[in-house]
Design a protein around this ligand. Structure first.
Ligand code: FES
Length: 153
């Protein structure tokens, strides 16, 4: 009941998904489109694991209704690499060991991409502030910051 067909543009491809208006972008990605790179941590906008880009702006996909993203460009962690070439932020996370268990990593990387693109990574303090919405239970913060700063400079 109430199921509608949504047309979403994800990583440059048009995708259709059957979903009720209450379905979040996070659940649409993970459960209906098999794009499970985007992670569900808290489901309440507090951990950043679900971070994706919508028209280049970072959003918590758990707080965003899929229906509201129709006509916008959605970028997930699956869309960053170009063929075999990783995105510079992905390379930097590898180089600096910006993860331990890896669960928060897709969200960290998407936030990092937005951080650099929007010019919030010119100092450590600025980058730390921007990235503070992305929690890492393993405490890899120093290495995450190093990765983001490397791409910014
Ligand atoms: Fe969305 Fe935690 S799952 S902020």
């Amino acid at each position: 009941t109430g199921v509608t067909t949504l047309t979403l543009r994800i990583n440059g491809q048009p995708r259709t998904v059957q979903a009720e208006p209450r379905v979040t972008l996070l659940d649409a990605l993970r459960e209906r489109l098999d794009l499970t790179g985007t992670k569900k941590g808290c489901d309440h906008g507090q951990c950043g694991a679900c971070t994706v880009l919508v028209d280049g702006q970072r959003v918590n996909s758990c707080l965003t209704l899929a229906i509201t993203t129709q006509g916008k460009e959605i970028t997930t962690i699956e869309g960053l690499a170009q063929g075999e070439a990783l995105h510079p932020m992905q390379e930097a996370f590898l180089k600096h060991d910006g993860f331990q268990c890896g669960y928060c990593t897709p969200g960290q990387i998407m936030s990092g991409v937005a951080c650099v693109k929007e010019g919030h990574a010119t100092t450590d303090d600025q980058a730390r502030e921007w990235m503070s919405g992305n929690l890492c239970r393993c405490g890899a913060y120093a290495n995450i910051l190093a990765a983001v700063r490397e791409v910014a400079t």
